[in-house]
Design a protein around this ligand. Sequence first.
Ligand code: SAM
Ligand code: ZN
Length: 189
Amino acid sequence: MAARSKQFIERQALHRKLLALWQQGQSPYCEVRGSEIHGRGVYARCFIPGKTRICEYVGEIIDKKQSARRGVALHAKSMETGDAAVYIFTLSKNFDIDGNVPWNTARLINHSCSPNCEAWIEGRRIFIHALRDIRAGEELTYDYGFDVDCYEEHPCRCGEPECVGHIVSREQWPELRKLLKSKRGKKPS
Ligand SMILES: C[S@@+](CC[C@H](N)C(=O)[O-])C[C@H]1O[C@@H](n2cnc3c(N)ncnc32)[C@H](O)[C@@H]1O
Ligand SMILES: [Zn+2]
């Protein structure tokens, strides 16, 4: 009897921990739906005023070695299956967050060349903030900040009028434009 009640208490404690973990990745401001940009995306449930902290990007904090290992494994998987989204987010010089956990709603936010959100690193946590007022039903997006070196691997389908065609950090657009121009110049007419 005592053993059974100990097990019951442990299960209850575990349940509470799991619930808290789940809730950390949810937000009253957004929900997951199919996206026209790619796969699933995250949408505003209601009007969101600019600067609002919308949700947290949650996951496992890992060091750079572990992060590189997981990155290599994901790359191998993408070569094999053609589909392996990366959910690893740079946290600091020494650590990343692997957000590949089902309760991390923010992992499904797509990239846009004209984003309405931005990720802010606050200590050892990452939060998604609204860059401007967001209408109810709008898809939430942020700039993935990918490096221009691997632009060819990441075509962009954000559909924005100013879309640059590849998922590349806005800061590196001038470099990307030069690369695209020289590539076009090399094509036989
Ligand atoms: C972290 S996931 C985002 C969620 C994804 N839509 C899903 O359903 O799993 C990142 C992947 O989504 C896709 N993606 C995100 N934004 C995109 C965009 N603007 N254009 C094309 N693909 C995009 C890319 O395949 C990228 O590697
Ligand atoms: Zn784009």
